[in-house]
Ligand binder design. Structure first.
Ligand SMILES: [Zn+2]
Length: 531
């Protein structure tokens, strides 16, 4: 039987841009739009032309994209004609393939927020859809607060949706704007709507305020809706929108959906999902969520030794889908609970060929256990584990030695009478026969030490130029006077690869130094720097 087409609509650039701390530039928006296009998303909502300079510019140019590039905006204002509303005119003139109007569908909002009558609200929907159709645009209507509106006054909510459909809107999108509706309510209400409007003209737009935006989108499809709106990584106001990065693999890999529906994302493109998700984080300068379903670092990670030996024999024992399907990979975490199976599997992944019965595996396992007992946590610091493993096998050159370092923190009054705290670090490094002394000044001691350490590594400098610290986390373990400090440092290089290293010591500077050193040495090993 032929599968039915289910459409995906991305609103990362519009609803996602409402996220706290997110501020897309024009170039960001174009890059994300191209990425969504390449992934196979049917509709990309670019923004709100006329509302801000970036969106206005975005809709003024030819973007050369294959998807249906959509402009978002309001229906005509109450009490005005469609031809006499500058906001609507700007929207109609935008270079867009489709226009997505937002309109009220909750009578309470019409009365209180819009201060108009139910009849005028419906007339505004009709006039706006008609005007956009006349301009040759595909039209969508976002019915704001549809589910709350339906609960309060089903006739009115439905009349708003029906007005758009009758006027020729391609899609009527039911929005759970406050995000408080539960899956069983979504299923019932969408089921009622598709009796009046064919399901292949109905979309769902769910917010995540009860952590169910993905579930709400899936039940809406079960009830008959055929368009899902969402965003990459669930970006969006408050708790975010339905996460397309979680929805896409579920639609592709779970039989109930995969056997019934086709989406625009191919099996091949599904494998780029981890990359797409990380690329957005990169652009926003955020650390990827390790626990993200399907694409997170931990999504296919197994820690306990007994699970690990089963997983090596038969992955399906502990995995609901194959990690490779979404471009992720299986991780057998190395920790004090690990058995030889985890260690052997990790060595294989790193590319170190070692016989499973090699006694060095047992030695390495003992070292990991000893170090974890004093506070190291290799499951969160794969790069440090890799160095430990390579050293156990005698495969890390001694690139350089830090002969001495000195860090000082000084608080003083500056020239304009403000109290400032500055840090200085001086590092003496021996590279071959050469002794190099570098100084760094930073806003804190670790920052200063990092700058000094990476300033001049002589013949190795060119290998670490692209190295950058992206995250620094400190935890105090044990508490009390016996406390030790654990530092985790995340680094990144010019290829976009990220890695995490660890240091543990009663002294925070010393712990940070260890983690910084591991990061630099890891980068040298990775770049194939000669000994
Ligand atoms: Zn929204």
């Amino acid at each position: 039987m032929a599968r039915e087409r289910l459409y995906l609509f991305d609103t990362t650039l519009r609803d996602g841009a409402q996220t706290n701390g997110v501020d897309f530039t024009l170039d960001d928006k174009l890059a994300i739009a191209r990425m969504l296009d390449d992934l196979g998303i049917d509709y990309v909502e670019g923004g709100y032309p006329g509302a801000n300079p970036v969106d206005t510019q975005l809709f003024a140019q030819d973007r050369k994209l294959a998807n249906t590039f959509t402009a978002f905006g309001m229906t005509r204002r109450p009490g005005r004609s469609a031809s006499n509303d500058p906001g609507l005119a700007a929207l109609l003139d935008a270079k867009a393939d489709a226009i997505c109007f937002v309109a009220k569908s909750w009578d309470y909002h019409v009365r209180v927020a819009l201060e108009t009558t139910p009849e005028e609200n419906i007339a505004s929907i009709r006039d706006s859809v008609r005007a956009a159709k006349a301009k040759g645009r595909e039209v969508l209507l976002d019915c704001e607060h549809f589910f709350d509106g339906y609960k309060a006054n089903p006739q009115f909510a439905l009349a708003c949706a029906k007005a758009a459909y009758d006027e020729g809107a391609r899609w009527v999108v039911l929005c759970d704007t406050n995000g408080g509706t539960l899956p069983h309510e979504i299923e019932t209400i969408v089921g009622a709507v598709v009796k009046a409007i064919p399901g292949d003209h109905v979309g769902i737009h769910a917010h995540n305020d009860t952590e169910q935006a993905v579930a709400n989108s899936l039940v809406a499809v079960r009830a008959g809706a055929r368009q899902i709106q969402g965003s990459l990584n669930g970006l969006g106001e408050r708790c975010g929108n339905a996460n397309l990065v979680s929805l896409i693999p579920t639609l592709k890999l779970k039989d109930e959906f995969a056997k019934t529906f086709d989406i625009g994302v191919s099996d091949e493109k599904l494998k780029s999902l981890v990359h797409v998700s990380r690329a957005l984080d990169e652009m926003l300068n955020r650390s990827p969520n390790r626990n993200a379903p399907y694409v997170g670092d931990s999504a296919f990670a197994t820690k306990a030794g007994i699970h690990a030996s089963a997983i090596v024999k038969e992955p399906a024992t502990y995995e609901h889908v194959a990690p490779e399907a979404v471009g992720n990979r299986r991780r057998l975490l190395v920790s004090d609970q690990s058995g030889r199976a985890n260690i052997a599997a990790e060595l294989e992944r790193i590319g170190l060929k070692v016989d499973r019965n090699d006694p060095r595996i047992g030695t390495l396992l003992d070292v990991v256990k000893e170090r974890e007992a004093i506070g190291y946590a290799y499951e969160s610091a794969e790069a440090s584990f890799e160095l430990l493993a390579r050293r156990a096998l005698g495969k890390v050159p001694n690139y350089f030695d830090v002969v001495q370092f000195d860090v000082n923190v000084e608080q003083r009054t500056n020239a304009v009478g403000q109290r400032v705290t500055v840090s200085m670090a001086v590092v003496k490094v021996k590279v071959g026969d050469e002794t190099l002394i570098s100084a760094g000044e930073g806003n804190g001691p670790v920052n200063a030490l990092d700058l000094a350490l990476r300033k001049d590594l002589g013949k190795y400098q060119s290998y670490i130029n692209g190295l950058e610290l992206t995250d620094y986390r400190v935890r105090i373990l044990n508490g009390g006077t016996e406390a030790v400090t654990r530092v985790l440092i995340e680094s990144r290089d010019e290829t976009g690869e990220r890695w995490t290293t660890i240091g543990v010591s009663p002294n925070i500077i010393d712990a940070s130094f260890q983690a910084l050193m591991d990061s630099i040495v890891y980068k040298l090993v990775k770049s194939g720097a000669p000994a």
